[in-house]
Design a protein around this ligand. Sequence first.
Ligand code: HEC
Ligand code: HEC
Length: 196
Amino acid sequence: MIFVAVVRVAVGLLLAVTLPVSVLAADMAAGMQKAQTCVACHGPEGNSASPAIPSLAGQPAQFIATQLVMFREGRRKDAQMSPFATGLANADLNNLAAYFAAQKLVLPTREAPSATAEVGARLAQQFNCTQCHGPALMGQQHIPRLAGQQMDYLKTQLLGFKASTRFDMDGQMTSAVQALSEADIATLADYLSALK
Ligand code: HEC
Ligand code: HEC
């Protein structure tokens, strides 16, 4: 309950959130067991093969756990995903987070066109994506990994932040994308999804 209370307070105060997810105490075997229902959509070991469904492999555990709480509480909504978060206890979602965080992301085989990669890398610097998501865009704490994520998914989320339709716990992402054009967003999604 403390976990949920902390989330609520943090969201309420619009703070940069550091959730007390006890990853060390997580039960990987239980996480793997629970993950059997998730991999139908998120792919084997959390490596998605569907353009609209995000990979979970190699995401920071704190990010996964936070998003699951947000889906469970109805703050982030998705017709496909929400039903699977509804019944999760805090222990379940910590175990799931630890399990998926420990899986290896299958590296993308596609290369972005060199002009796209060049412009994408420049945009990621200019708009501070690398400041929050990490120098190699691998994510940290409650901030997701972007490198190697599904391209369509990245694009949809970025357009969603720009339109304020994608849940955003502290408003940082929504403001980060305001100055991006739709063409910039397409370039970034192409660049990021091919990043190894
Ligand atoms: C019926 C398909 C389906 C199932 C089963 C499913 N998910 Fe999802 N999940 C989705 C979709 C689609 C999204 C993207 C939602 C959106 O666009 O906002 C998603 C998003 C997520 C996210 C957010 C990832 C991110 O990068 O923002 C997490 C975490 C997640 N799912 C975890 C799980 C876990 C854990 C399970 C099993 C308990 C599970 N999902 C089961 C379809 C599914
Ligand atoms: C000030 C910090 C910050 C900056 C700058 C930032 N992000 Fe984010 N980003 C976040 C946080 C925090 C989240 C998680 C938001 C949430 O779900 O509440 C996020 C989420 C995302 C997501 C959703 C991914 C997923 O798996 O659901 C995408 C895509 C993304 N950021 C791309 C970018 C890009 C591209 C840039 C640069 C144009 C950028 N971000 C700049 C902090 C930042």
